[in-house]
Design a binder for this molecule. Structure first.
Ligand code: S3P
Length: 175
C-alpha cells in the first residue's frame, strides 16, 4: 500500500502539489476529478448541471474502486470525496492519507481564479467557504494520517516538505 492520497477542501492544492509529489517520488499521478471527467465524457460542471451532485458522488465512488489494488500512485481526490464513509475507508486502505489545509482567505483567492467548482458557483465568498469547511472538517481529520497546511507555501515547497514527512513516516513504519 505504497500510495499517497491527498484529501482536503477545494483550493488547498491537492492536484498541483500532488503532481510534484508524484514527480519527486517517481510515482504515477492520478486525479479523481479528471478520472470522472474521462469516464463520463463530461466536465464536473456538466455532471452537476445535468444530473446533480448525487450522480457525481456515485461516479467518484466508482473511480475509487478502480484504484484498489494499484501501487505507487499519488492520488488527488475531489474535496468532497471523504464525505462518503465507504470512500474514506477505501482511501485509507490505498495508502498514506495527506490532508491539505489552507486558510479560508487563501482558499477564496485560489478558487476565485477558476469557474470549475459547481459547489461554489452561487457564491465564492468566505461565508460559504467557512460553512462548507465546518461541515467537512471532521470527515477530513478522521481520515488523515498527516495534516499539512499549504498557506503561505508555494507548490514546490509544499511538495518537498510533504515528501520529507512521508519518508520519515515510511522509515518509522519499517523500524
Ligand atoms: C468538490 C470539489 C471539487 C470537485 C467537485 C466537488 C467538493 O474538487 O470534486 O466540484 O465537493 O468539494 P477539488 O477539491 O479538486 O476542487
Amino acid at each position: 500500500m505504497s500510495n499517497v492520497v491527498l484529501i482536503g477542501f477545494m483550493g488547498t492544492g491537492k492536484s498541483a502539489i500532488g503532481r510534484v509529489v508524484a514527480k519527486i517520488l517517481g510515482y504515477q499521478f492520478v486525479d479523481t476529478d479528471q478520472m470522472v471527467e474521462e469516464i463520463t465524457g463530461l466536465t464536473i460542471n456538466q455532471i452537476f448541471r445535468k444530473y446533480g451532485e448525487i450522480r457525481f458522488r456515485s461516479e467518484e465512488s466508482l473511480v475509487i474502486n478502480k484504484l484498489i489494488g494499484k501501487d505507487n500512485l499519488v492520488v488527488a481526490t475531489g474535496g468532497g470525496m471523504t464525505l462518503n464513509e465507504a470512500n474514506a475507508e477505501k482511501l485509507k486502505k490505498l495508502g498514506k492519507i495527506v490532508l491539505l489545509t489552507a486558510r479560508p482567505e487563501i482558499i477564496l483567492e485560489r478558487v476565485s481564479r477558476k469557474n470549475t467548482r459547481p459547489l461554489l458557483a452561487k457564491g465564492k465568498n468566505l461565508d460559504n467557504i467557512n460553512k462548507l469547511i465546518a461541515e467537512r472538517k471532521e470527515s477530513y481529520i478522521r481520515c488523515a494520517d498527516i495534516i499539512f497546511d499549504t498557506s503561505g507555501r508555494n507548490i514546490e515547497e509544499s511538495a518537498e516538505e510533504i515528501v520529507k514527512i512521508l519518508k520519515e513516516e515510511w522509515i518509522d513504519e519499517k523500524s
